[in-house]
Design a protein around this ligand. Sequence first.
Ligand SMILES: C[S@@+](CC[C@H](N)C(=O)[O-])C[C@H]1O[C@@H](n2cnc3c(N)ncnc32)[C@H](O)[C@@H]1O
Length: 181
Amino acid sequence: MTSSKKGPAEWTDMRDVASVVLKPGVTGDEVKDLYNQWAKNGYDEHLQDRSLYGALQVLKNTVKDLIPGNKDGMEVLDVGAGTGISGQFMKDIGFKVVDGLDPAEAMLKVADEKRIYRNYHCVFLTDQPLDIPAGTYDLITLCGVMGHGCIPCESFLEMTRLVKPGGYIVNCCRAAQPGRT
Ligand SMILES: C[S@@+](CC[C@H](N)C(=O)[O-])C[C@H]1O[C@@H](n2cnc3c(N)ncnc32)[C@H](O)[C@@H]1O
């Protein structure tokens, strides 16, 4: 059963998350607060069941296909980094330098305890320029982050500023079909 009345500790299905995070009119601060609560209430444990979140595997396979071979010297920005699960997937396939960007400080704190990221940018990505130089990254990843309550489509313009010429932006979201995660 999905219900927006359930708190993060009771969430068992990505539809529970969507019922809150994708709710019409939700604000960025409400989404940030929810993820801060979820970080302290089992986010990593809930995500252990990868069937809850097939986008992570899609992200990994897509990046492997786009950037095969040696990844030494490449720099990655994981947008909506959360607790670092998506960043760890990038390290697993050979990236050594991965930065994380997320407004939810409790999520980033968990990532920091696991030593996933080099730099931690605790900010919202919006359509406005960030305090990061143009052309910094070879790859920008987003996993389960795009949506009207989280990152606006206009933010792709800022991501194209941050990525190097010829670099990649890889965005993986949950499927929209009922019953799919
Ligand atoms: C479902 S979690 C995904 C975390 C991680 N990528 C993973 O796969 O486990 C979504 C994350 O997006 C973050 N987020 C929400 N709005 C954001 C924004 N405007 N800019 C950057 N991150 C945002 C949330 O704080 C949350 O940590």
